[in-house]
Design a protein around this ligand. Structure first.
Ligand code: NAG
Ligand code: NAG
Ligand code: NAG
Ligand code: NAG
Length: 335
């Protein structure tokens, strides 16, 4: 571990790329081996009728909920919106991720997309954007997202490489407007775009610097000028580690651990801040787009805790170096 100390944050000491060590016991192995076939068998009816039920957004959400709870031990999704009372269901629904919203998020692993779908006005409209130096790579297909998670979430999936939205400075009259038309093309009027702004997955400990060249403030201005809503959502999963895929993770091992258990105990804690609500009547609560900066978004994403903001060299590039260093050291061990 000492060896990799250059990959922890200088000021806070946080190591955002270190996976939580898991030590499944023999009992877990036996238990899960017995339970997985039983679970699969009892799920067959649900899986068979689900294509039909996904036609309706609300039943679609219930199915996702059931599958997450039953297959993945997800017992609770706690969803709070800044400035909205916990029990005020009506306002909560009106502020939740709606059609035509862009939501800046941090990501923990493959289950995130299903949780995002569950929270959104219409799960079918959910798209994922991955921030990188060139802009935002958009994916429509949940399988691409899940693959990206298991491969260490370092490189854009092929689907995203084809659908890049370049960030256009809408204030500069001379700049090209390709970004604007691509955003409208790839997200559409009713799309709900979740942008993984760190450009990768971390282990729940801190917020990375955003990929070099990715100007989230300019993106916010561009998005709002195209009539999208703009929100920030921070995600935490407890207990950390089981469902998290911070480094390349074996799919079957992950499935084995996450699929097998009977009692439910995985929890998502989600907090959202609405910066620009496109559905609000008078707009007085909306933040002036010119005030939306990289720092503002990072601070809100860190749930307003400056302790969680990592220094500028801690970013997706650093994670790439970390994973390379781990691979190299393994190779050395075997020669
Ligand atoms: C599911 O819940 C049980 C009981 O709380 C726990 O022992 C087990 O580790 C959990 N499994 C997962 C994958 O969260
Ligand atoms: C954000 O902070 C509040 C308290 O300030 C806490 O209750 C909540 O769980 C935090 N949310 C996340 C997603 O960390
Ligand atoms: C706008 O809405 C807010 C709350 O939603 C309210 O407090 C305020 O009075 C409204 N302003 C106008 C001009 O209607
Ligand atoms: C996402 O951000 C929240 C708030 O700062 C934090 O509690 C959580 O651990 C972060 N999750 C990941 C995977 O980095």
């Amino acid at each position: 571990m000492e060896k990799f100390s250059s990959f922890s944050d200088k000021t806070t000491g946080i190591s955002p790329f270190l996976p939580t060590p898991l030590h499944p016991t023999l009992k877990t192995y036996i238990f899960h081996t017995i339970l997985i076939p039983i679970k699969l068998f009892t799920m067959i009816p649900v899986l068979l009728i689900s294509p039909l039920l996904t036609l309706f957004p609300n039943t679609y959400k219930i199915i996702i909920d059931v599958i997450l709870a039953y297959f993945f031990n997800l017992s609770e999704t706690e969803f709070a919106i800044d400035g909205v009372r916990r029990l005020d269901e009506k306002i909560k629904i009106s502020k939740s991720p709606r059609n035509g919203d862009i939501i800046i998020v941090n990501s923990t692993g493959p289950l995130d997309i299903f949780v995002w779908k569950m929270l959104s006005e219409n799960p079918k409209n959910v798209k994922i954007g991955i921030a990188n130096g060139d802009g935002i790579g958009i994916i429509n297909n949940w399988i691409s997202f899940v693959n990206w998670c298991f491969t260490g979430s370092l490189n854009l999936p092929n689907e995203a490489k084809k659908n890049i939205v370049h960030i256009t400075d809408i204030d500069a009259t001379s700049s090209n407007v390709d970004g604007v038309s691509d955003l409208k093309k790839f997200v559409g009027e009713n799309g709900i775009l979740y942008v993984i702004v760190e450009g990768t997955i971390t282990n729940n400990k801190g917020i990375l610097s955003f990929p070099r060249g990715f100007d989230v403030g300019a993106f916010a201005k561009m998005a709002i000028s195209c009539n999208y809503g703009f929100k920030i959502m921070s995600l935490k999963v407890l207990p950390t580690g089981i469902s998290n895929t911070v480094i390349p993770t074996n799919f079957w091992y992950w499935i084995f651990l996450n699929f097998g258990s009977m009692s439910m105990n995985l929890k998502y804690r989600i907090k959202m801040t609405v910066l620009f609500d496109k559905y609000t009547k008078n707009g007085s609560e909306n933040v002036d787009p010119s005030m939306i900066t990289d720092t503002l978004i990072r601070t809100i994403l860190a749930n307003n805790s400056r302790l969680k903001l990592l220094s500028s060299e801690m970013d997706v590039k650093k994670k790439r170096e970390y994973i390379q260093a781990v691979l190299d050291s393994r190779e050395k061990k075997y020669v």
